[in-house]
Ligand binder design. Structure first.
Ligand SMILES: [Zn+2]
Length: 133
Protein backbone atom coordinates (compact mmCIF):
# COMPACT_ATOMS: atom_id res chain seq x y z
CA UNK A 1 0.00 0.00 0.00
CA UNK A 2 1.45 3.37 -0.99
CA UNK A 3 1.43 6.45 1.24
CA UNK A 4 -1.46 8.88 1.12
CA UNK A 5 -0.89 11.90 -1.12
CA UNK A 6 -2.77 13.92 1.49
CA UNK A 7 -0.90 13.96 4.81
CA UNK A 8 -2.72 14.70 8.07
CA UNK A 9 -1.85 15.36 11.67
CA UNK A 10 -4.13 16.18 14.60
CA UNK A 11 -4.74 19.71 13.27
CA UNK A 12 -5.68 18.66 9.76
CA UNK A 13 -3.90 18.60 6.42
CA UNK A 14 -0.13 18.96 6.66
CA UNK A 15 0.59 18.74 2.97
CA UNK A 16 -0.80 17.56 -0.36
CA UNK A 17 1.55 15.82 -2.79
CA UNK A 18 1.50 15.28 -6.54
CA UNK A 19 -0.37 11.99 -7.11
CA UNK A 20 2.22 10.98 -9.70
CA UNK A 21 5.68 11.91 -8.35
CA UNK A 22 4.97 12.84 -4.73
CA UNK A 23 6.43 16.34 -4.53
CA UNK A 24 4.43 18.72 -2.29
CA UNK A 25 1.97 20.92 -4.21
CA UNK A 26 0.19 22.40 -1.18
CA UNK A 27 1.38 22.94 2.37
CA UNK A 28 -0.08 24.09 5.62
CA UNK A 29 1.01 27.48 6.73
CA UNK A 30 0.09 30.02 9.37
CA UNK A 31 -1.82 33.03 8.11
CA UNK A 32 -2.49 36.24 9.98
CA UNK A 33 -6.16 37.10 9.75
CA UNK A 34 -7.58 40.47 10.66
CA UNK A 35 -10.45 40.29 13.11
CA UNK A 36 -12.92 43.15 12.58
CA UNK A 37 -13.15 44.60 16.06
CA UNK A 38 -12.13 47.70 17.97
CA UNK A 39 -9.22 47.97 18.34
CA UNK A 40 -8.36 46.01 15.16
CA UNK A 41 -6.50 42.85 16.00
CA UNK A 42 -5.12 39.87 14.15
CA UNK A 43 -5.24 36.18 14.83
CA UNK A 44 -3.13 33.37 13.45
CA UNK A 45 -5.00 30.62 11.61
CA UNK A 46 -3.80 27.48 9.86
CA UNK A 47 -4.44 27.41 6.12
CA UNK A 48 -3.46 25.01 3.37
CA UNK A 49 -1.72 27.05 0.70
CA UNK A 50 -1.38 25.84 -2.89
CA UNK A 51 2.17 26.14 -4.21
CA UNK A 52 2.93 27.39 -7.72
CA UNK A 53 3.39 23.76 -8.84
CA UNK A 54 -0.28 22.90 -8.02
CA UNK A 55 -2.24 21.57 -11.01
CA UNK A 56 -5.52 19.71 -11.32
CA UNK A 57 -6.59 17.33 -14.02
CA UNK A 58 -10.23 16.41 -14.40
CA UNK A 59 -10.88 12.74 -15.15
CA UNK A 60 -14.02 10.75 -15.73
CA UNK A 61 -14.95 8.00 -13.30
CA UNK A 62 -16.85 4.79 -13.93
CA UNK A 63 -20.59 5.20 -13.61
CA UNK A 64 -20.44 8.90 -14.50
CA UNK A 65 -19.06 11.94 -12.78
CA UNK A 66 -15.49 13.01 -12.42
CA UNK A 67 -12.66 13.58 -9.98
CA UNK A 68 -9.82 16.08 -10.08
CA UNK A 69 -6.39 14.48 -9.90
CA UNK A 70 -3.86 16.60 -8.02
CA UNK A 71 -0.64 16.76 -9.99
CA UNK A 72 2.43 18.96 -10.11
CA UNK A 73 3.34 21.26 -13.00
CA UNK A 74 5.76 18.63 -14.37
CA UNK A 75 3.31 15.71 -14.25
CA UNK A 76 0.00 17.30 -15.22
CA UNK A 77 0.48 16.82 -18.96
CA UNK A 78 2.21 13.42 -18.65
CA UNK A 79 0.41 10.09 -19.04
CA UNK A 80 -0.80 8.66 -15.74
CA UNK A 81 -1.88 5.12 -14.84
CA UNK A 82 -5.61 4.92 -14.21
CA UNK A 83 -5.15 1.95 -11.85
CA UNK A 84 -2.45 3.85 -9.95
CA UNK A 85 -4.61 6.98 -9.61
CA UNK A 86 -7.59 4.88 -8.48
CA UNK A 87 -5.41 3.35 -5.75
CA UNK A 88 -4.05 6.77 -4.71
CA UNK A 89 -7.60 8.02 -4.19
CA UNK A 90 -8.47 4.94 -2.11
CA UNK A 91 -5.36 5.32 0.08
CA UNK A 92 -5.93 9.06 0.62
CA UNK A 93 -9.59 8.41 1.45
CA UNK A 94 -8.51 6.00 4.21
CA UNK A 95 -6.22 8.71 5.62
CA UNK A 96 -9.08 11.22 5.52
CA UNK A 97 -11.48 8.84 7.27
CA UNK A 98 -8.88 8.05 9.92
CA UNK A 99 -8.37 11.78 10.48
CA UNK A 100 -12.14 12.29 10.75
CA UNK A 101 -12.36 9.43 13.23
CA UNK A 102 -14.83 7.43 11.13
CA UNK A 103 -16.09 4.13 12.45
CA UNK A 104 -15.26 0.83 10.74
CA UNK A 105 -18.92 0.57 9.78
CA UNK A 106 -18.84 3.98 8.03
CA UNK A 107 -15.57 3.14 6.29
CA UNK A 108 -17.00 -0.11 4.95
CA UNK A 109 -19.89 1.86 3.39
CA UNK A 110 -17.62 4.62 2.02
CA UNK A 111 -15.26 2.08 0.43
CA UNK A 112 -18.10 0.86 -1.77
CA UNK A 113 -18.52 4.30 -3.30
CA UNK A 114 -14.84 4.99 -4.04
CA UNK A 115 -14.38 6.14 -7.65
CA UNK A 116 -12.64 4.11 -10.34
CA UNK A 117 -10.90 6.27 -12.91
CA UNK A 118 -12.43 5.49 -16.30
CA UNK A 119 -10.57 7.80 -18.61
CA UNK A 120 -7.85 10.39 -18.26
CA UNK A 121 -8.19 13.20 -20.79
CA UNK A 122 -5.24 13.41 -23.17
CA UNK A 123 -3.22 16.59 -22.73
CA UNK A 124 -4.60 18.33 -25.87
CA UNK A 125 -8.14 18.05 -24.52
CA UNK A 126 -6.81 19.20 -21.19
CA UNK A 127 -5.38 22.36 -22.74
CA UNK A 128 -8.72 23.15 -24.38
CA UNK A 129 -10.47 22.61 -21.08
CA UNK A 130 -8.07 24.92 -19.27
CA UNK A 131 -8.43 27.64 -21.88
CA UNK A 132 -12.19 27.37 -21.51
CA UNK A 133 -12.04 28.19 -17.81
ZN1 LIG B 1 4.50 15.38 -10.12
Amino acid sequence: MSESYVEYDEFGIVCVRCMQCGIPVAERTVKEVRIPSIPPKTENVLVVKRLSSWRQRRTEVEGGGYVDLILCSDCHAEPVSMADMTEKIAVASEATWAHEGRSEKDKAIFRKSLPTIARVAPSDELMKEQRGR
